[in-house]
Design a protein around this ligand. Structure first.
Ligand code: OFO
Length: 169
Protein backbone atom coordinates (compact mmCIF):
# COMPACT_ATOMS: atom_id res chain seq x y z
CA UNK A 1 0.00 0.00 0.00
CA UNK A 2 1.34 3.39 -0.98
CA UNK A 3 1.40 6.31 1.52
CA UNK A 4 -0.98 9.21 0.96
CA UNK A 5 1.96 11.61 0.61
CA UNK A 6 3.63 9.56 -2.10
CA UNK A 7 0.28 8.97 -3.81
CA UNK A 8 -0.35 12.74 -3.99
CA UNK A 9 3.14 13.45 -5.36
CA UNK A 10 2.77 10.75 -8.03
CA UNK A 11 -0.68 12.03 -8.98
CA UNK A 12 0.89 15.47 -9.47
CA UNK A 13 3.49 13.82 -11.70
CA UNK A 14 0.77 12.20 -13.83
CA UNK A 15 -0.46 15.74 -14.42
CA UNK A 16 3.06 16.96 -15.27
CA UNK A 17 3.56 14.12 -17.78
CA UNK A 18 0.24 14.83 -19.48
CA UNK A 19 1.08 18.53 -19.55
CA UNK A 20 4.36 17.56 -21.26
CA UNK A 21 2.32 15.56 -23.79
CA UNK A 22 0.05 18.54 -24.38
CA UNK A 23 2.99 20.93 -24.72
CA UNK A 24 4.65 18.74 -27.34
CA UNK A 25 1.38 18.34 -29.21
CA UNK A 26 1.11 22.15 -29.25
CA UNK A 27 4.65 22.26 -30.65
CA UNK A 28 3.68 19.66 -33.29
CA UNK A 29 0.74 21.86 -34.31
CA UNK A 30 3.04 24.91 -34.49
CA UNK A 31 5.47 23.01 -36.75
CA UNK A 32 2.62 21.81 -38.98
CA UNK A 33 1.63 25.44 -39.37
CA UNK A 34 5.23 26.29 -40.33
CA UNK A 35 5.24 23.47 -42.94
CA UNK A 36 7.96 21.61 -41.06
CA UNK A 37 6.37 18.16 -41.11
CA UNK A 38 9.51 16.37 -39.87
CA UNK A 39 9.71 18.56 -36.74
CA UNK A 40 5.95 18.03 -36.28
CA UNK A 41 6.38 14.26 -36.55
CA UNK A 42 9.20 14.32 -33.96
CA UNK A 43 6.96 16.22 -31.55
CA UNK A 44 4.00 13.92 -32.15
CA UNK A 45 6.11 10.96 -31.09
CA UNK A 46 7.24 12.96 -28.08
CA UNK A 47 3.55 13.50 -27.26
CA UNK A 48 2.98 9.73 -27.40
CA UNK A 49 5.98 9.02 -25.17
CA UNK A 50 4.80 11.51 -22.57
CA UNK A 51 1.32 10.00 -22.52
CA UNK A 52 2.95 6.63 -21.89
CA UNK A 53 5.03 8.13 -19.05
CA UNK A 54 1.79 9.37 -17.48
CA UNK A 55 0.04 6.01 -17.94
CA UNK A 56 2.95 4.15 -16.38
CA UNK A 57 2.46 6.15 -13.16
CA UNK A 58 -1.33 5.68 -13.41
CA UNK A 59 -0.82 1.94 -13.48
CA UNK A 60 1.74 2.01 -10.66
CA UNK A 61 -0.57 3.91 -8.29
CA UNK A 62 -3.35 1.40 -9.00
CA UNK A 63 -1.02 -1.57 -8.55
CA UNK A 64 0.06 -0.24 -5.14
CA UNK A 65 -3.53 0.10 -3.92
CA UNK A 66 -3.61 3.89 -4.27
CA UNK A 67 -6.21 6.15 -5.86
CA UNK A 68 -5.50 7.96 -9.12
CA UNK A 69 -6.61 11.59 -9.09
CA UNK A 70 -6.70 13.42 -12.42
CA UNK A 71 -6.47 17.20 -12.29
CA UNK A 72 -6.93 19.89 -14.95
CA UNK A 73 -4.16 20.14 -17.51
CA UNK A 74 -2.78 23.65 -18.00
CA UNK A 75 -3.13 25.24 -21.45
CA UNK A 76 0.21 25.07 -23.26
CA UNK A 77 1.89 27.88 -25.21
CA UNK A 78 0.76 27.87 -28.88
CA UNK A 79 3.44 29.70 -30.79
CA UNK A 80 7.20 30.17 -30.71
CA UNK A 81 9.44 32.77 -32.30
CA UNK A 82 11.13 30.20 -34.54
CA UNK A 83 11.86 26.43 -34.63
CA UNK A 84 14.99 26.83 -32.52
CA UNK A 85 13.00 28.65 -29.80
CA UNK A 86 10.52 25.75 -29.67
CA UNK A 87 13.26 23.14 -29.25
CA UNK A 88 15.01 25.33 -26.66
CA UNK A 89 11.72 25.51 -24.74
CA UNK A 90 11.43 21.71 -24.97
CA UNK A 91 14.95 21.34 -23.56
CA UNK A 92 14.19 23.71 -20.69
CA UNK A 93 11.00 21.79 -19.99
CA UNK A 94 12.85 18.47 -19.82
CA UNK A 95 15.31 19.97 -17.32
CA UNK A 96 12.32 21.03 -15.22
CA UNK A 97 10.88 17.49 -15.40
CA UNK A 98 14.23 16.01 -14.35
CA UNK A 99 14.10 18.29 -11.28
CA UNK A 100 10.62 17.00 -10.49
CA UNK A 101 11.72 13.35 -10.77
CA UNK A 102 14.66 14.09 -8.47
CA UNK A 103 12.23 15.58 -5.92
CA UNK A 104 10.00 12.49 -6.16
CA UNK A 105 13.01 10.27 -5.51
CA UNK A 106 14.00 12.42 -2.52
CA UNK A 107 10.50 11.98 -1.08
CA UNK A 108 10.54 8.22 -1.66
CA UNK A 109 13.87 8.04 0.20
CA UNK A 110 12.54 10.14 3.11
CA UNK A 111 9.48 7.88 3.35
CA UNK A 112 11.56 4.68 3.16
CA UNK A 113 9.39 3.71 0.18
CA UNK A 114 11.81 1.30 -1.50
CA UNK A 115 9.30 0.10 -4.09
CA UNK A 116 8.69 3.62 -5.36
CA UNK A 117 12.45 4.25 -5.41
CA UNK A 118 12.83 1.25 -7.67
CA UNK A 119 9.91 2.43 -9.85
CA UNK A 120 11.36 5.94 -10.18
CA UNK A 121 14.75 4.64 -11.28
CA UNK A 122 13.29 4.09 -14.76
CA UNK A 123 12.30 7.79 -14.93
CA UNK A 124 15.74 8.97 -13.79
CA UNK A 125 17.34 6.97 -16.61
CA UNK A 126 14.72 8.09 -19.12
CA UNK A 127 15.41 11.75 -18.31
CA UNK A 128 19.05 11.34 -19.36
CA UNK A 129 17.81 10.40 -22.83
CA UNK A 130 15.02 12.97 -22.87
CA UNK A 131 17.45 15.82 -22.20
CA UNK A 132 20.19 14.50 -24.50
CA UNK A 133 17.85 14.01 -27.49
CA UNK A 134 16.42 17.48 -27.47
CA UNK A 135 19.74 19.13 -26.58
CA UNK A 136 21.26 17.43 -29.64
CA UNK A 137 18.58 19.00 -31.84
CA UNK A 138 19.13 22.45 -30.28
CA UNK A 139 22.87 22.15 -31.00
CA UNK A 140 22.15 21.25 -34.64
CA UNK A 141 19.81 24.21 -35.03
CA UNK A 142 22.48 26.48 -33.59
CA UNK A 143 24.99 25.20 -36.14
CA UNK A 144 22.54 25.75 -39.02
CA UNK A 145 21.93 29.42 -38.24
CA UNK A 146 19.66 30.87 -40.94
CA UNK A 147 20.58 28.35 -43.62
CA UNK A 148 17.20 27.37 -45.15
CA UNK A 149 18.65 24.37 -46.96
CA UNK A 150 20.07 23.00 -43.71
CA UNK A 151 16.66 23.47 -42.10
CA UNK A 152 15.06 21.49 -44.92
CA UNK A 153 17.58 18.65 -44.44
CA UNK A 154 17.13 18.71 -40.67
CA UNK A 155 13.36 18.51 -41.05
CA UNK A 156 13.77 15.46 -43.28
CA UNK A 157 16.04 13.83 -40.72
CA UNK A 158 13.59 14.40 -37.86
CA UNK A 159 10.89 12.71 -39.92
CA UNK A 160 12.83 9.44 -39.60
CA UNK A 161 12.30 9.25 -35.85
CA UNK A 162 10.58 6.12 -34.55
CA UNK A 163 9.28 5.35 -31.10
CA UNK A 164 11.97 3.76 -28.94
CA UNK A 165 11.24 0.20 -27.80
CA UNK A 166 11.20 1.06 -24.07
CA UNK A 167 8.85 3.99 -23.77
CA UNK A 168 7.43 3.06 -20.43
CA UNK A 169 4.69 0.67 -21.36
FE1 OFO B 1 8.21 12.38 -19.38
O1 OFO B 1 9.84 12.88 -19.95
FE2 OFO B 1 9.69 14.37 -21.00
O2 OFO B 1 8.71 15.42 -19.95
Amino acid sequence: MISKEMEKALNDQINAEFFSAYLYLAMAAYFEDENLSGCAHWMELQYQEESEHGMKIYKYINDRGGRVQLNAIEKPQEKWENPLAAFEAAYKHEQYITGRINDLMKLAVELNDFTTQSFLQWYLNEQIEEEANVDGIVQSFNLMGNDKRALFMMDRELKQRQLSSDTGK
